[in-house]
Design a protein around this ligand. Structure first.
Ligand SMILES: *[C@@H]1O[C@H](CO)[C@@H](O)[C@H](O)[C@H]1NC(C)=O
Ligand SMILES: *[C@@H]1O[C@H](CO)[C@@H](O)[C@H](O)[C@H]1NC(C)=O
Ligand SMILES: *[C@@H]1O[C@H](CO)[C@@H](O)[C@H](O)[C@H]1NC(C)=O
Ligand SMILES: *[C@@H]1O[C@H](CO)[C@@H](O)[C@H](O)[C@H]1NC(C)=O
Ligand SMILES: *[C@@H]1O[C@H](CO)[C@@H](O)[C@H](O)[C@H]1NC(C)=O
Ligand SMILES: *[C@@H]1O[C@H](CO)[C@@H](O)[C@H](O)[C@H]1NC(C)=O
Length: 685
């Protein structure tokens, strides 16, 4: 306060007197905590926090955010289920969002950052990667890193221990060449300059406690997946097939989207050492690759914190749609999928998870990348390989999205056909960290692998329902009675959907009437009638083959459990309907591992719902969320899929236990080909 008063009182004359000299700069930096980090690439996390915490809560912005979230949640299918989830997720999901939003409304916060953390964690407690609040002002302006990603290894005697990943130094020195010396020099005593010798070390204690205390604490704030085991896994490193490379995901210990920790105290036993080492290693914050540069508080706020093109929806009728539709999509940064062009995203139904960590661009070290030659059909996040046994094909599928739905589906077909013609008689589908994507690509892959049968034609996915709230009902009435959507662009247009007999609705069918009333956790709720599939034939790129490409019982779906949305739709239908086997890589052996989670049915977000509302001329309705003032996104599950084993209730709340919880050894860790060979020996030999 003193320094900012000083600057306010005397700064002007100094600026005038010493134009472009460094004195005003120094004074500005001393008085403005955001100027300290402005323009810097690497900073201390405490300096990022000092900037964030210097911003006081503006009551108008606070109530705007809460109002937008609250009213958008009326379109999210799972609000009432999430108050107390059915078994087996009762212990994992018990968040009364509306009650918590009311609490947050009343509560005072020392800074907008504290408010942000409360809002973000409240939504993350749903453990539903579709329904998250992300504010670009904080996430991830700077990303907080350690150069020592962790992994959970199974030792030769079957015991399990947390280790610094064997590849840690290789990954960190390639990704952080301009910061690795800082960490080298930060190590104490004999460890100084010897960061490399920590690779592979057994982690005995984190902050003086058993490592699983930290793992489990992180599982309470990481969100995204209902399954406890899947959220434990978030702490550790993993791999993913990305659009143009094999990527490395550092995990929540070594990468944080907020500056939560300044340093960590570790006790480790290095490889070939008997005496443990105890040391403190600092986190460092790197300016986010998608953050907009700034120099001080004013430019930080203006460049990163206010609503941008695409934050809010548009009235599609206002002028020609090509002009009003935003050219960028702020949501895209957080969608856990291969990039989808805005125009494709508007046309194709998508089911995808959001995450506060944008997609990783850290590469998997060359020694761990598959060295097999990709087979024909390989494209972007879909790569095909034939293992050395000559009979096991692999589809490494890091996303159900692509720049083109048709080209993607054609490549999936071509890739499977080329594996078959090369001699593959069995198939591994590796969907590690596949956060979903095109719904019809999930249906297509199930249909072409399993062939035509009652589980694939006409419905190769799962039937769904949307929430049937009062404002949604008014949107449909405007579409069917007032013709507000002549070009059939809105989600609520009946022409987009079919009833449970897979018969298309007519343009005047009010598909939300009558609402299907239900009581969930003691609250009355209402859903649409059951919807059938929307992918066949128009969502398929070509006529699928008449025969199964592989015997589904000789198909194994492998992942680290972090397979969501459209990836869940595919995996669940393959496992529960076709008898394919499922494998989760790693995980604590006394914790049940789910092979997928965050099923949903179709995901969307506030800006899309806002377009529906504006185009339906309902923005002035009291139930309509206002325009969002900040640079934020609120995701939702718009449709919820019905279950396979219990078709009357959502698949979201049904169990997905993996057939095999694959023990990860130092030889297998983050090595896709070694994992595929091990899975083949165990399940396909
Ligand atoms: C959320 O909206 C409902 C009505 O839709 C309202 O009753 C409630 O007060 C709102 N909650 C908050 C925290 O604004
Ligand atoms: C980070 O800080 C939080 C809150 O102080 C603490 O609970 C957690 O254990 C810390 N994590 C690490 C890795 O030090
Ligand atoms: C540990 O010792 C074994 C056996 O002597 C040796 O092969 C290995 O290279 C050593 N590893 C490290 C990291 O020093
Ligand atoms: C892969 O495609 C190329 C060009 O389309 C073709 O020449 C080649 O024979 C194909 N290879 C296999 C194994 O199908
Ligand atoms: C679907 O619509 C058709 C045509 O209107 C109707 O005959 C059929 O009963 C409907 N199916 C369901 C489940 O409502
Ligand atoms: C809302 O706006 C529409 C036109 O956009 C107008 O006809 C209607 O009267 C307005 N309703 C209210 C409640 O203001």
């Amino acid at each position: 306060m003193v320094s900012s008063f000083f600057f306010a009182a005397f700064g002007l004359s100094l600026v005038a007197a010493t134009s472009a000299s460094s004195i005003p700069d120094i004074l500005a930096r001393a008085s403005d905590p955001c100027a300290v980090i402005g323009g810097q690439k690497w900073v201390a996390p405490k300096d990022v926090r000092a900037c964030y915490q210097s911003i006081k809560v503006d009551q108008k912005i606070k109530s705007n955010i809460i109002d937008v979230i609250n009213k958008t949640l009326a379109f999210h299918t799972s609000v009432n289920y999430q108050i107390r989830a059915p078994e087996p997720f009762t212990a994992d999901v018990h968040e009364d969002l509306l009650a918590d939003l009311a609490r947050i409304s009343r509560q005072q916060y020392a800074s907008e950052y504290d408010l942000h953390i409360d809002l973000s964690r409240t939504l993350k407690r749903l453990n539903d990667g579709h329904c998250v609040w992300i504010n670009d002002c904080y996430v991830p302006l700077f990303v907080n890193y350690l150069p020592i990603p962790l992994t959970l290894l199974t030792e030769s005697d079957g015991s399990q221990n947390v280790h610094i990943a064997p590849e840690a130094f290789t990954v960190a020195s390639a990704e952080f060449p301009d910061q690795i010396d800082f960490w080298q020099n930060s190590l104490p005593g004999a460890l100084k300059g010897k960061l490399e010798t920590l690779s592979g070390a057994k982690v005995l204690l984190i902050n003086g406690l058993s490592p699983f205390v930290s793992v489990d604490a992180n599982s309470l704030i990481t969100g995204s997946f209902q399954g406890f085991g899947t959220r434990q896994t978030a702490f550790f490193s993993s791999y993913q097939r990305a659009t143009s490379s094999w990527n490395y995901i550092l995990g929540n210990f070594a990468q944080q989207s907020l500056p939560l920790n300044d340093s960590v105290l570790l006790t480790v036993q290095r490889v070939n050492h008997t005496i443990p080492d105890t040391f403190v290693i600092p986190y460092r914050s790197r300016f986010g690759s998608a953050s907009v540069a700034f120099t001080d508080t004013a430019s930080y706020r203006a460049n990163n914190c206010v609503a941008v093109d695409g934050t809010n929806g548009v009235d599609l009728a206002e002028s020609s749609s090509a002009q009003v539709v935003p050219s960028s999509n702020p949501l895209a940064k957080f969608q856990q999928q291969a990039p989808v062009p805005v125009q494709v995203q508007r046309k194709e139904p998508i089911n995808v998870m959001l995450d506060t960590s944008p997609l990783s661009d850290v590469t998997l070290p060359p020694g761990l990348q598959p060295s097999l030659t990709p087979a024909n059909g390989s494209r972007n996040a879909a790569q095909f390989y034939l293992l050395k046994d000559g009979k096991t094909g692999v589809l490494a599928l890091g996303s159900f999205s692509d720049s083109s739905l048709d080209d993607f589906q054609n490549s999936l077909l071509q890739g499977l056909l080329s594996l078959k013609s090369a001699g593959a008689a069995q198939l591994i589908v590796d969907v590690s960290n596949n956060g979903g994507g095109f719904i019809c690509a999930a249906h297509w892959l199930h249909r072409i692998i399993a062939g035509p049968k009652d589980t694939t034609v006409p419905q190769a996915g799962l039937d769904t329902a949307a929430r049937d709230g009062p404002l949604a009902q008014l949107i449909v009435k405007q579409i069917v009675n007032a013709d507000v959507d002549p070009e059939n662009q809105l989600l609520y247009n009946p022409l987009q959907w079919r009833n449970a007999s897979n018969i298309p609705f007519g343009e005047h069918d009010d598909w939300l009437q009558p609402p299907v009333k239900s009581t969930i956790n003691g609250r009355s709720d209402a859903f649409s009638q059951r919807l059938g599939q929307e992918c066949q034939p128009e969502g398929f790129s070509s006529t699928p083959p008449d025969e199964a490409l592989f015997d589904p019982k000789k198909v194994v779906i492998v992942s680290n459990g972090r397979c969501a949305s459209s990836c869940s739709l595919f995996s669940i239908t393959m496992a529960k309907e076709e008898g394919s086997k499922t494998v989760v890589i790693g995980g604590k052996k006394d914790v049940q591992q789910e092979y997928c989670g965050t099923v949903g049915g179709q995901s969307t977000d506030f800006s899309t719902i806002d377009t529906e509302i504006k185009t339906a001329q309902l923005k002035n309705n009291t139930l309509a969320p206002p325009d969002l003032l900040v640079n934020g996104v609120q995701g939702i599950a718009w449709r919820l899929a019905f279950g396979v084993d219990d078709p009357a209730h959502p698949e979201e709340w049904q169990d997905h236990p993996a057939d095999l919880n694959l023990p990860i050894t130092a030889k297998l860790v983050n090595n896709p080909v070694a994992i595929w060979e091990d899975v083949t020996a165990r399940l396909l030999a």
